[in-house]
Design a protein around this ligand. Structure first.
Ligand code: PLP
Length: 400
């Protein structure tokens, strides 16, 4: 039985399980043994046991938002995170709406691209690779265009690792009488999105990010009034959030085949999340992971793209070293040989790579990551990880 999983007896974070490499990537990420083990049995999607699992999952996710007045509900959606983002956009943006998309990386761009597919009017503030959108410029854009009804922001823009100022943006948006949607895919569960502190209509996240489950579905947490208003609005049968919600309420079941094993694993992940101290506990471990890893990498001469203030506890972008003998592909392979999968960068201007801080890892693992990076540099004959001058010049733009 699920309830019997040995959460308390879980091996320490720094014991490599099953001999796998650690995934220093922002999802899929390294999961616990108990999470993997939960997938070793089959479930009937219509059966009462599985319906109870879905109900517990929705209840636990909602609890993470601090929704005391029963104003919100949680709707899981099959597919990867992008499917859930598309479901949210198609369901909560009326056909005659106009949305301001705040873009500072690949995931903001993907939202704008999705709105193109959906044929929903939108305009974009594009801050480039990693500059944060600020309240003042959003206020100016809303004043300049009264047709804008909604604003959407990416909480942690995973392409650079920047933690966007959602609180500031929310104050601005509601101060101007508009509505906010949030892509909190890579932040929810580790960074607070408490509805009593940050106002929004709907947010979206997925199973394989900060809750530390395996990939297979996303979920939308939305104000019930918005869910009701979404009836008949979606462009898509399978991505209709209102229809999924209505079916869940009526039958306790997902509308179409749910990823049963993924849900079973996710429930264990949610219980472990609670044992760790919820959002605060999870966020504290990730922040410590980041601090230990960044300090060690800086000692090796690596430099972060972002100033400390904007560094998320989710993933950190480092500039590639300027040294002529440095090659990312070789560095990747050397790190993998030592048990760590790192992540290529996504910046357009300068070469970079990323190291994730999320997943079942702690500071002891992060120290080993730094040690492996130092050894990999030595094996390449790179005596300093200092970035090129162009990278530093690029970063100087963030001085504000
Ligand atoms: C991971 C992620 C997504 C969804 O990506 P998928 O590959 O579809 O799971 C969307 N937005 C952000 C910010 C993400 O980090």
């Amino acid at each position: 039985m699920l309830a019997g999983h040995p959460i308390a007896a879980e091996a320490p974070f720094d014991t490599p399980e099953l001999g796998e490499p650690y995934l220093l990537t922002p999802g899929p990420l390294t999961t616990s043994y108990a999470v993997k083990q939960a997938m070793l049995r089959d479930w009937g999607s219509w059966d009462g046991d599985f319906r109870a699992m879905t109900a517990e999952m929705r209840r636990r996710l909602l609890a993470l938002t601090g929704d005391k007045n029963d104003e919100f509900d949680c709707i899981p959606m099959q597919g990867s995170g992008t499917f859930a983002v598309e479901a949210m956009l198609g369901s909560f943006l009326p056909r005659d709406s106009k949305t301001l998309v705040l873009v500072n990386g690949a995931y903001g761009q993907r939202i704008a691209q999705t709105l193109n597919y959906l044929g929903r009017a939108h305009t974009v503030i594009d801050k480039g690779d990693y500059m944060p959108p600020r309240g003042t410029e959003v206020a100016a854009a809303l004043d300049a265009d009264p047709a804008i009804t909604h604003v959407i922001i990416v909480h942690c823009e995973t392409s650079s690792g920047i933690l966007n100022p959602v609180h500031e943006i929310s104050e601005t948006v509601y101060g101007k009488g508009r509505k906010l949607l949030i892509d909190s895919m890579s932040a929810f569960g580790a960074i607070s999105l408490d509805v009593n502190e940050i106002r929004y209509e709907a947010m979206v996240s997925s199973a394989n990010k900060c809750i530390e489950g395996v990939p297979g579905f996303g979920f939308i947490i939305a104000r019930k009034s918005e869910l009701e208003a979404a009836k008949g609005r979606s462009h898509s049968l399978s991505l209709d959030v209102h229809a999924q919600w209505a079916h869940l309420i009526k039958t306790g079941q997902w509308r179409y085949t749910p990823p049963t094993h993924v849900v079973a694993a996710f429930l264990v992940a949610l219980r472990q999340h609670e044992v760790e101290g919820g959002v605060a506990g999870r966020g504290a471990r990730y922040a410590n992971n980041r601090d230990v890893m960044v300090a060690g990498m800086r000692e090796l001469g690596f430099e972060t793209l972002l100033k400390d203030h904007w560094l998320s506890p989710i993933i950190v972008t480092f500039f590639n070293p300027a040294h002529p003998d440095f090659s990312f592909d070789r560095f990747y392979e050397l790190m993998k040989d030592k048990g760590f999968i790192i992540y290529p960068g996504k910046l357009t201007v300068v070469d970079s790579f990323r190291v994730g801080c999320i997943g079942r890892m702690d500071e002891h693992v992060m120290r080993r990551v730094v040690k492996a990076a130092g050894e990999s540099l030595r094996e390449m004959g790179v005596d300093t990880a200092a970035p090129p001058a162009a990278a530093i010049a690029e970063r100087a733009k963030l001085a504000a």
